[in-house]
Write a protein that binds this ligand. Structure first.
Ligand SMILES: *[C@@H]1O[C@H](CO)[C@@H](O)[C@H](O)[C@H]1NC(C)=O
Ligand SMILES: *[C@@H]1O[C@H](CO)[C@@H](O)[C@H](O)[C@H]1NC(C)=O
Ligand SMILES: *[C@@H]1O[C@H](CO)[C@@H](O)[C@H](O)[C@H]1NC(C)=O
Ligand SMILES: *[C@@H]1O[C@H](CO)[C@@H](O)[C@H](O)[C@H]1NC(C)=O
Length: 380
């Protein structure tokens, strides 16, 4: 009995090794066949079988003097004293562009209203808009930089550095956020970065962060996690990354750049990692993953942080949502309905819970439905 069991084990072992060998041969010879499936199989294999992300770290490490060029742009607009002598729970950066005036306005008067947060939620959250420099064109009747200065006089919440504001400079914007925190707001308990078309359910988020904070949790990096994502090698894609920039089959784990939160100890580590890394990889959330990988921090998933799409409109969702992506026009309405005090108590008791579970299954677990929250969010 024992003998046959051992033999069985050995058989299985040989089988497994053969499979691995065949798989790796297949992987090597499929190099030319660069389609989606293959690149995903390769990247997931790299992530789960090879897992040599220390090589990534090594290949992107550069001397400090050279890394400096990615972060030593002069500040064109700054508020160095804005955190001073305040107990800041959350430092929240919104990545914006000079022309997105309406989006900033909407955020200020909805989820980013700091007076509201202070008065209703009893905590200090600093919401700052980070942007690069404008590229002035002759057709502008008003100098865009003058317009920004005017806006900043009114609201004192723009942080601007002198690199040109563009998609391919997003990583510079990311570095700017960690550097700014390090220099001017290192005592903030948490750091968050978000797109300017995001909706943040501030009451839920603050409650979550307070909860994490009261438990004394450190080493936190939370958002919608991407594991084993392959670099996009198709030149027509917005996210195209050439081999010369990133040679590996898979990116280290990272959270979707739409919105994520880190604790201050992690923010500090990321800052230090960024001092010796080549930041020319322009996909900012991926670069965050590379920094985190260099200092041994891994992201954790929260099912109510969204990735690409908008959350379904429903009060059963509102009571748990953290962020939802792609909101511009509807942000005022959503803010009003999603933060009504009734949302929390609309479905009380066991019946209410059951009802909401069914609703969430119907909303989130449809096949081929591009959702924001995964199906498993229905059961949490
Ligand atoms: C922010 O909230 C406060 C208090 O709720 C309110 O008085 C103020 O009008 C709001 N600001 C904006 C820009 O909506
Ligand atoms: C990024 O900013 C730098 C500094 O302003 C500029 O030279 C460069 O062209 C920008 N890159 C892109 C891709 O816009
Ligand atoms: C950083 O990487 C880019 C390729 O993405 C390369 O051209 C550049 O030389 C590297 N910088 C340093 C300082 O090694
Ligand atoms: C990444 O590289 C830096 C510099 O070489 C090193 O200090 C650090 O320990 C490395 N991290 C990992 C996880 O290998």
């Amino acid at each position: 009995m024992l003998v046959s069991f051992r033999r069985l084990r050995r058989c299985q072992c040989v089988q497994l090794m053969t499979t691995c060998l065949v798989l790796s041969l297949v992987m090597v010879y499929w190099e030319q066949l660069d389609n989606n499936v293959v690149s995903h199989v390769k990247s997931v294999s790299f992530r789960y079988l090879v897992n040599r992300f220390s090589l990534v770290n090594k290949s992107l490490t550069i001397p400090r003097e050279q890394a400096l060029i990615f972060s030593n742009f002069p500040y064109l607009l700054n508020h160095p004293k804005i955190c001073k002598n305040q107990d800041v729970l959350l430092l929240l950066f919104v990545k914006t562009s000079p022309e997105n005036i309406q989006r900033r306005k909407a955020i200020r008067s909805t989820w980013g209203n700091q007076t509201y947060i202070q008065e209703s939620l009893g905590v200090t959250v600093k919401v700052l808009f980070v942007l690069g420099a404008t590229v002035a064109s002759d057709s502008d009747s008003l100098d865009p930089q003058e317009q920004l200065k005017f806006e900043d006089k009114l609201y004192s919440d723009l942080i601007q550095q002198g690199f040109s504001d563009s998609f391919h400079n997003l990583t510079l914007k990311l570095l700017m956020q960690f550097h700014w925190m390090h220099h001017y707001c290192a005592h903030a308990r948490f750091f968050m970065t978000a797109d300017d078309d995001i909706f943040v359910h501030m009451p839920n988020l603050v409650q979550y962060i307070q909860d994490v904070h009261s438990k004394g949790i450190t080493d936190l990096w939370v958002g919608r996690v991407h594991r084993g994502s392959p670099p996009v090698r198709s030149q027509t894609s917005k996210y195209y990354v050439p081999y010369s920039m990133y040679q590996w089959l898979s990116y280290p784990d990272y959270t979707a750049g739409a919105a994520y939160v880190v604790s201050s100890d992690v923010a500090d580590k990321i800052y230090h990692a960024s001092l010796t890394l080549n930041a020319s990889l322009y996909i900012d959330d991926v670069f965050m993953g590379i920094c985190a990988n260099a200092v041994g921090v891994s992201p954790q998933e929260h099912v109510f942080f969204s990735g690409e799409a908008k959350a379904p409109y429903h009060s059963c969702i509102y009571s748990q949502m953290m962020t939802s992506h792609g909101h511009v026009e509807d942000i005022y309405d959503l803010w009003k309905t999603a933060t009504r005090p009734q949302v929390k108590v609309e479905a009380p008791g066991l019946i209410g819970k059951l009802y909401c579970s069914l609703v969430k299954v119907a909303l989130l677990c449809r096949p081929y439905y591009v959702n924001t929250y995964p199906c498993k969010a229905a059961f949490s």
